[in-house]
Design a protein around this ligand. Structure first.
Ligand SMILES: NC(=O)c1ccc[n+]([C@@H]2O[C@H](COP(=O)([O-])OP(=O)(O)OC[C@H]3O[C@@H](n4cnc5c(N)ncnc54)[C@H](OP(=O)(O)O)[C@@H]3O)[C@@H](O)[C@H]2O)c1
Length: 274
């Protein structure tokens, strides 16, 4: 990660990977957007979204905001939404398949529960007691409280397991995955990534790891779902930019529910980055 983000300090000093706001001006050849459009965007490792103004290429990951979402909600679509969508598409999830989502209350997990339900899967969410109601409200059919039950020891099997926590490698999940099942390692170390093709070849199951890039097509797909009431980003806390240190301290606890949003004001407009 240091090779990507900078060896001794962040290469891009302005952090923040996603945003929502109003188009201030456009380049001469830009056709898809006009000043005044409400948009949301994902800059991924390029960062720079903790800002009142940001320049984005018109063929980058930028899309019009769903009309029924606030700036804060729209800013919270991209990170978890595009990651969950990328992995569920890689797994070629089919309607009726059984999916388990480990870490169902986090940024990626809350998106994965909603998307898996939208694709017609039967969803089991793994979370702590405090988040059972939240995960149920997102549409999970079954909840496993990890403080009371270990999903890998209860004899249940799944077509797809999504691990967003990093504590469910193939060795732990093998017995819980059906033959032909897929393990989606959203959070994987280098050894697991390198071993994934070998494990897939030898086990009759598929291990999928790697990085999700976040594309404009994915943003438009998620915006459409949100517009039609099938997807709503979960926001845990909102901070003004002056409290950005506190916002990061909270995220670093590893206990956030869904997303944390930072608010900016530019010319009296409320904007948001996450
Ligand atoms: N591969 C990629 O391209 C890609 C893209 C995006 C993100 N990621 C990675 O995906 C990971 C997840 O990101 P995120 O934003 O979703 O994380 P997050 O929101 O910080 O995850 C926090 C959530 O995890 C839950 N949790 C903690 N320990 C748990 C456990 N043992 N079992 C089940 N749930 C547990 C917490 O609930 P409790 O407090 O109740 O425990 C909390 O709600 C990150 O490591 C991120 O770097 C990878």
């Amino acid at each position: 990660m240091r090779l990507v983000f900078g060896i001794s300090k962040p290469r891009q000093p302005i952090l923040g990977t996603e945003l929502a706001g109003v188009v201030e001006s456009v380049g001469r050849d830009v056709r898809a957007f006009t000043p005044g459009d409400r948009v949301f965007a994902f800059s991924d490792a390029g960062m720079g979204c903790y800002a009142a103004y940001k320049c984005m290429p018109d063929d980058g990951a930028v899309a019009h905001m769903p009309s029924n979402l606030s700036f804060e909600e729209a800013a919270a679509i991209s990170f978890g939404g595009t990651t969950a969508l990328h992995f569920l598409r890689k797994a070629r999830l089919q309607g009726g398949e059984k999916v388990l989502i480990n870490g169902a209350s986090g940024g990626v997990g809350t998106a994965a529960v909603q998307l898996a339900r939208h694709f017609g899967a039967v969803v089991t969410g793994v979370c702590s007691s405090a988040n059972v109601e939240l995960v149920r409200s997102l549409g999970a059919d079954r909840i496993i409280d990890y403080t009371k039950e270990d999903f890998s020891q209860n004899g249940e099997t799944y077509d797809v397991i999504v691990d967003t926590v990093g504590n469910a490698p193939f060795s732990r999940c093998k017995a819980s995955l059906k033959q032909g099942g897929r393990l989606l390692l959203v959070l994987a170390g280098l050894p697991e990534m390198l071993l994934a093709p070998w494990t897939s070849m030898m086990s009759g199951r598929q291990v999928i790891a790697g990085t999700a890039a976040g594309t404009a097509e994915e943003l438009r797909f998620l915006a459409d779902l949100a517009e039609n009431g099938h997807f709503r980003p979960v926001i845990d806390r909102r901070y003004p930019v002056e409290q950005i240190v506190e916002a990061h301290r909270y995220v670093d606890t590893g206990r956030k529910k869904g997303n944390v949003v930072v608010r900016f004001a530019a010319d009296g407009q409320a904007l948001a980055g996450a």
